[in-house]
Design a protein around this ligand. Structure first.
Ligand code: ISE
Length: 335
């Protein structure tokens, strides 16, 4: 059976999801596209032959839509996810689930009230082959207990609308989720440091260094640098009692030639994580067919936003901030 998907938001990632659902994945097609910018929706829907809507709510209610992808900007996620939940339609929501912990909890509560998991959050790095291989090594215990994690999240340049807070809420949010997933424990306290800033943008605090402390005391340092000029470069290394495991770049080779050793660095996150996005969305489509939800839950979306809220407070105060989170409901405990 082919899953008929409606995509709300036809920006960068929305267009990419429409392409993947229409031409790359199996058992799915795009039957509807909505965007407040009707022309953008029309252009994006063209290749898929999908119906065009200006209102995301009309798209969710359409009988031709079985499941919904929300790829609009963060502050509008909540209303669309809640509307999909109200109709009992599965919904894939891009990260962050919502910008505030209160909004995330309203989604969590609505999903629990519905009685079954309908939300998957777009933390696609959990589907990246490199991160999965790292997690398998950590889980196997070969390295002993993890002690430290070193991460770098660098991009070539940030759009003019990108703010200092967005280094946390838009970029580091991936590492905030990954730490919980890789270590299998909550982050309990954070500190955000401001090193010397790049002169590329005087209005932006970039780079930042985010320190995360886990329940058992594992310390993770995340360098987030959104105007690093040279390319999109994601690094991660877990240091355990007996050894380390590092993230390999996707299929990268190192070339030594004419007195130089060099390797390719992509310039955009869509390219770096292309395969992860494909695997992530195929998993979502298949899980709906199988009637068994997989992937990052609404609770994971809430937890990442709760850690991000503490990071934003620390970015302002310069102090260590403890993370405030509700205890995890049983509903998500086995998910
Ligand atoms: C972007 O929105 C993403 O989702 C990318 O994965 C992330 O690396 C980038 O920093 C964000 O701006």
């Amino acid at each position: 059976m082919t899953l008929r998907v409606g995509v709300i938001g036809a920006g960068n990632i929305g267009q990419d999801h429409i392409r993947r659902l229409s031409h790359v994945l199996s058992s799915a097609c795009v039957t509807a596209v909505a965007d407040v910018d009707l022309d953008r929706a029309r252009t994006a829907s063209h290749a898929a032959g999908a119906e065009v809507f200006q209102s995301g709510h009309d798209l969710i209610a359409a009988p031709s839509v079985d499941a919904v992808v929300v790829a609009t900007w963060g502050p509008s996620h909540e209303e669309y996810v809640l509307a999909a939940l109200a109709m009992g339609k599965p919904v894939f929501c891009e990260k962050p689930l919502a910008p505030t912990t209160e909004a995330c909890l309203r989604i969590v509560d609505a999903e629990i009230a519905r009685g079954r998991r309908l939300v998957q959050v777009g933390f696609m790095r959990r589907f990246d082959a490199g991160y999965r291989a790292m997690k398998a090594v950590v889980d196997k215990g070969t390295l002993g207990a993890p002690l430290l994690v070193h991460c770098a999240h660098r991009g070539p340049s940030a759009p003019p609308t990108f703010t200092s807070d967005m280094l946390i809420t838009d970029s580091t949010i991936h590492e905030l989720d990954l730490m919980r997933w890789l270590l299998g424990e909550e982050t309990v306290a954070v500190t955000v440091l401001r090193p010397r800033s790049s002169t590329a943008r005087t209005d932006l605090i970039s780079p930042q260094v985010v320190l995360l402390e886990s329940e058992s005391g594992v310390l993770a340092d995340v360098e987030v640098f959104v105007n690093a000029v040279y390319g999109y470069d994601i690094r991660c290394e877990v240091v355990g009692e007996l050894g380390t495991v590092s993230l390999g770049d996707f299929g990268n080779v190192v070339v030594a030639h004419a007195g130089q050793r060099s390797t390719y660095v992509p310039d955009h996150w869509i390219e770096r994580f292309m395969a992860a996005y494909d695997v992530e969305m195929q998993a979502w489509v298949d899980s709906i067919g199988a009637g068994r939800a997989v992937g990052p839950t609404a609770w994971d979306g809430y937890a990442a936003t709760a850690v991000a809220a503490a990071c934003l407070e620390s970015l302002q105060s310069g102090r260590r901030v403890t993370v405030q989170m509700r205890p995890c409901p049983d509903f998500y405990a086995t998910g």
